[in-house]
Design a protein around this ligand. Structure first.
Ligand code: ADP
Ligand code: MG
Length: 701
């Protein structure tokens, strides 16, 4: 082998071979030398000091000792034999013990030679022993500079059984890094290394795998993570430029009569500062002649829908159609109603298209869309189906993006040429760092201010033993004219247990709040959509005071008179969901409440979620905690999460590095959009290499 390059398959790395290469691929996703080097240690063991047998104390986490193994024996027992070796130094002896792999180990033990042993001491029958220690000949230990910080690698049982435990991986990586054949191309231009005071790539790799001290490890790792994040950001930012700067969009230059008429005669309130800022951002996007691809983040009730409506008016004023796509029928209906109400007598034709709009009713809508007589279409995913043709679609608003996959978004693009401007709205705030990666190709607007006069919702946690007082509280609120939601978890649509809980709950609530004084509604996913609508309508117009429901009401439902949200078995909900549910109340002028019910026992994580809910109403703060608890991938949902697989960096821990990478990436592209300047050649080459590799960036939308 002439050279060892980053893309040299692992089987050609000395000491690996085809069999182990197979295992490295399947167990760790390590395919080539570059992957192996990017498999950074997850911690370092301090192997600087030696102690003697007599000095072992019970607070020792791990001990390192020099001595000789004098005796090795198999001791048979009922549960398979164990291997015991006697280790001796100048101060005394202790047993090295193996319960697993005893046979294999017996052949490996270097008896009567000077060794270094390392492990966590345990006490058995009042004597110290070392179970499953690491053993190395003292010679080899000295030769490889075994003192100091030693890398510890993530590995698996299968790899461990094939000689690739952490120490085995360390050895392979050590040999690779010291190989004169290794060629590691630099990925960062020298002006960046100077500016950020970072080591070069080869130095950083050596320092990350074999650091002199913790500072060195830290600085090397930061440099490698920065490289990974910078390349990712460059790729996303370039993609974003391609979708905006390189993709023509309709220009909505005109602020026309509809917009102005609505603004001065129908709006009925002053936009918040945040809404005004976002409208400016959107209007400037729409006036560039390029395609808009913008994510609008804002907490429940922050007034995103109003922003969507104003943007739709801009489109219509400019002679284009707009559509709003909602994740559920309930929500689509609600949008329809609130848009109709808001638009009052303005000459705008709005239609609704969902799966349950029947053929006969569908035809005139489809015709109106094609002829352009329908200005605004509201619907579910039904509106991206084939057969739905627009005259001139200029704007697509996607509400609650989480439920729409990337594939669906791209179907929208195909509905018009040039592609319609896209405004994605989400009420589940995403931590900033995550937005920078999962939605790195979108521009992000944030509504971080609530309409004035909102009272913050009081949230408390109650266990089932407090149910009587909770019911009393509900009764008092109803007496004051308020309405109540009681939500049951329905984690899986098919789970009969969950339905039983819901029905039992409904019955006990019905018993406590009997007719004719009280009316109770119920909504869940197994009901026909007409029945759901009837129940929702009864609640919404105040006929029923209590609505027992599953999370079908999670998204978007708006009944301002509802002031109490009771969430049953709340320990089973995730933070984002709890926050969404809580957002159903606090929409009117009254003080609202959220009661988180649980049994007496729940996990530590559930406790943290409940405490966080009780402490804050701020969706962005909740999102940060959620990401800490669940990790970035899960936060976005496992499917099409849009969270890239990062090998070295971690979105949770490396927020600062990510922010720097984003900033630098933007700066570079502003100066040199296609990386054609000579000083950026290194970056361009690195991007091309990354694209060719298996770096999983394909899932990024
Ligand atoms: P979101 O879609 O972000 O959950 P909505 O747009 O549905 O929020 O707004 C929630 C409620 O607040 C609606 O009743 C809406 O009419 C009202 N609203 C929106 N913006 C304002 C504002 N600037 N001032 C007062 N009320 C507002
Ligand atoms: Mg909404």
């Amino acid at each position: 082998m002439a050279n060892l390059q980053a893309d040299t398959p692992v089987e050609f790395i000395p000491g690996i071979g085809p069999k182990r290469a197979e295992w490295l691929r399947s167990e760790l996703g390590v395919y080539d030398a570059g992957d192996l080097l990017e498999h950074l240690p997850f911690r370092y063991e301090d192997r600087t000091d030696f102690i003697e047998v007599k000095d072992i104390t019970s607070d020792a986490i791990a001990v390192q000792m020099k001595g000789v193994i004098t005796d090795v024996k198999q001791i048979p027992s009922k549960r398979g034999s164990r291997l015991v070796a006697t280790f001796k130094d100048d101060s005394g002896t202790l047993d090295l013990v193996w319960f697993k792999g005893a046979k294999w180990m017996a052949a490996q033990i270097p008896a009567l030679q000077k060794v270094v042993v390392y492990g966590k001491p345990a006490k058995y029958q009042n004597r110290w022993n070392l179970p499953h220690p690491e053993i190395e000949l003292e010679d080899s230990f000295e030769r490889r500079n075994g003192r100091g910080l030693q890398p510890v690698y993530r590995t698996t049982e299968k790899l461990t059984n094939r000689g690739l435990a952490s120490s085995g991986l360390a050895k392979v990586i050590r040999v690779l890094l010291s190989s004169p054949e290794l060629v590691l191309p630099e990925s960062l231009p020298s002006f960046l290394l100077d500016e950020l005071k970072m080591p070069n790539k080869a130095e950083a790799m050596c320092m990350a795998h074999a650091p002199q001290n913790h500072e060195e490890a830290e600085s090397a790792r930061n440099r490698l993570k920065f490289e990974e994040l910078l390349l990712l950001q460059l790729k996303l930012l370039i993609q974003k430029r391609e979708q905006t700067h390189d993709m023509p969009g309709v220009r909505f230059g005109l602020v026309g009569t509809l917009f102005n008429d609505f603004y001065s005669n129908y709006l009925g309130f002053e936009l918040t500062g945040a809404q005004k800022r976002v409208m400016r951002e959107i209007r400037s996007d729409l006036n560039t002649g390029w395609h808009m691809n913008r994510l609008l983040q804002g907490d429940v009730g922050s007034g995103k829908t109003m922003v969507a409506l104003l943007t739709a008016l801009l489109a219509i004023d400019n002679g284009y159609q707009a559509c709003v796509m909602a994740p559920t029928e309930i929500l689509a209906n609600q949008h329809l109603e609130s848009f109709r109400e808001a638009l009052g007598a303005l000459p705008i034709r709005i239609e609704l298209l969902t799966g349950s709009v029947k053929k006969a009713a569908r035809r005139p809508i489809l015709e109106g869309l094609k002829s352009g007589e329908v200005h605004l279409l509201i619907g579910t995913h039904a509106l991206i189906e084939p057969g739905v043709e627009f005259h001139r679609l200029g704007l697509a608003v996607i509400d609650e993006q989480h439920r729409f996959g990337v594939a669906q978004r791209s179907k929208l693009w195909a509905k018009a040429s040039p592609a319609p401007h896209v405004l994605v709205m989400t009420a589940t705030p995403i931590p900033r760092t995550l937005a920078m990666t999962a939605y790195g190709d979108l521009d992000v607007s944030v509504i971080d201010e609530m309409p004035p006069g909102r009272k913050s919702i009081k949230t408390v946690h109650r266990t089932d033993s407090a149910r009587l007082s909770v019911f009393q509280f509900i009764e008092d609120e109803i007496a004051r004219g308020r309405q109540i939601y009681i939500v049951y978890p329905l984690i899986e649509e098919s789970s009969s247990m969950d339905y039983k809980d819901l029905m039992d709950g409904y019955e006990s609530v019905s018993r406590r709040f009997p007719l004719p004084e009280f009316r109770i509604g119920i909504v869940h996913g197994r009901m026909k959509s007409e029945d759901k609508d009837i129940e929702m309508e009864r609640f919404s117009n105040g006929t029923s005071q209590i609505l027992v429901a599953t999370t079908v009401i999670e998204v978007g439902v708006n009944v301002p008179n509802a002031s109490v949200m009771v969430i049953e078995s709340s320990e089973r909900f995730g933070l984002a969901q709890l926050h969404q549910l809580r957002g159903r109340v606090g929409r009117g002028d009254e003080q609202s409440y959220c009661l988180l019910m649980t049994g007496n026992e729940f996990s530590k994580e559930a406790r943290r979620r409940l405490e966080t809910m009780c402490r804050t109403n701020d969706g962005f703060e909740l999102a940060e905690v959620d990401m800490e608890l669940r990790g970035p991938g899960d936060l976005m949902g496992t499917q099409q999460s849009g969270v890239p697989d990062l090998k070295m960096a971690d979105l949770l821990q490396d927020r600062e590095i990510l922010t720097t990478a984003r900033y630098i990436g933007n700066r570079i592209l502003e100066e040199d959009g296609d990386l054609s300047l000579p000083e950026h050649a290194i970056l361009k080459a690195a991007l091309i290499r990354a694209r060719k590799g298996r770096t999983n960036w394909s899932r990024i939308s």
